[in-house]
Write a protein that binds this ligand. Sequence first.
Ligand code: GDP
Ligand code: MG
Length: 163
Amino acid sequence: MAFKVAIVGRPNVGKSTLFNRLVGRRIALVDDTPGVTRDRRVHPARLQNLRFDVIDTAGLEDAAAPTLEARMRTQTEIAIDEADLVIFMIDAKAGLVPDDQTFAEIVRRKGKPVVLVANKTDVRGAEAGVFDAWSLGLGEPVAVSSEHGNGMVELRDAIAAVA
Ligand code: GDP
Ligand code: MG
């Protein structure tokens, strides 16, 4: 059975962008049929020589539960339960917001190995956001740009250290 990596975090931090990069193509998050939404996507992925299955958690756009928070929480917990390792992503451009703490708390409670990723570091001023990420208590943040591909060697090394 392949090693499974779940990408977790609040909406809009860039989870799907990283997912698409890892699987090597764009995969739509929402089914074509109206009302049918696939909450989680598991797909074979590769990061240099490292192969694993990656799980994306859908966001805001797919909400069909009473509240977004409930929806996200459930998706996140199922994804983490299924995973051998969690990539917890924050948006270094935006800096930490209360929702990051909420999701970080879910991750911490599950007790799975975590790689903390600070995304969007291609944006000027993101260094402060990377530094803030330390305060989550999830270890050293790996600075990446999912959009441009920066930091993928460091991300590979961080995953390989656990896998
Ligand atoms: P998700 O909700 O966590 O899955 O986030 P998405 O992958 O849908 O990305 C949310 C927004 O952030 C989109 O507008 C992306 O283009 C943007 N984004 C994602 N990764 C990066 C990045 O590395 N740098 C910058 N500047 N923008 C990014
Ligand atoms: Mg997404």
